[in-house]
Ligand binder design. Sequence first.
Ligand code: PGA
Length: 256
Amino acid sequence: MRTRQYFIAANWKMHGDSLLATAMQDAIAGLSYDHSAIETVICPPFTLLNVLHERDGLAVGAQNVHQNASGAYTGEISTAMLKTAGCRYVIVGHSERRELFAEDDALVASKFVAIAQAGLRPILCVGETLEQREQGVTESVLTAQLDAVISMTASADWLHAVIAYEPVWAIGTGMTATPEQAQTVHQFIRQYLAKQSVTADIADSVRIVYGGSVKPDNAQSLFAQADIDGGLIGGASLHPQDFTAIICAADGCVKE
Ligand code: PGA
C-alpha cells in the first residue's frame, strides 16, 4: 500500500506557448483520477505562469529562481514574484542549469533554502553523468549533491521538498534508466536521507521522482517501483496526449 502521493511534473524547459498551456490544462481537467493519490504539476516558462491556474489536483511550478529576495539582478526573478504568479513548486539544481549556467552545489543549496523559506516547494534535481556512472561513482556524486543542500538546511526546509533523480545520460536522450536501476538509486537516496539527522524525520515521506526520457510506454514500470514516487517529465510533457498517458500510468499503479 502506497503512503506517498504520486508526483507527476512537467518541465517544459524553453518550450510551449499559451495554446499548449490551455490544451494541457483542458486535457488534464478531462482525466478522472484520484487527486489525493496523484499530484500533477506543470512548470512552464515564466511568461506562461499567469496562463496556467492551480486547481484541484494541478499545481504550477517555476523552472528557476534567484536566491536573493530582491535587488539589482537584471533578468532574474524572486520567490515572492513566483508566489504572486501562483507558483507552488520551483525546480532547482536541474542538470541543464548546473552544466549550461554553471550553477554549483553551493548555489543550488542557497536557492533551495530561498525557495523553502519563502513557503514554496523545491524540486531538487540530482544525478550523475554517464562517465560518473561508468566510473562507479554514482553514489558519491549524489551524496555530494545532497550534502551541499543538507548542510545549509534544517529539517523543516525539507518538509515539502521533492527530489528528482535525473541521471544526466537519460535526459532528452531516449535512454531511460531501467526500473531496477532507478529503484536502486531511489532506495539509496531515501536511506541516505534517513541517516542524516536533518532529514531523518522526513526520509520516509519525501517524494523521490525519476526523470530522464519518461514516456507513456515506460512510465508504469518505473512508477510501480517501491521508491519511485512519480516523474519529472521533459519532452513527453509537451504533448497533452503523452503527458496525460503518463499521469494515467501512475493511476494504474495506484489501483494495483
Ligand atoms: P526528458 O527531460 O524527459 O526530456 O528526458 C527530463 C528533464 O530534463 O527533467
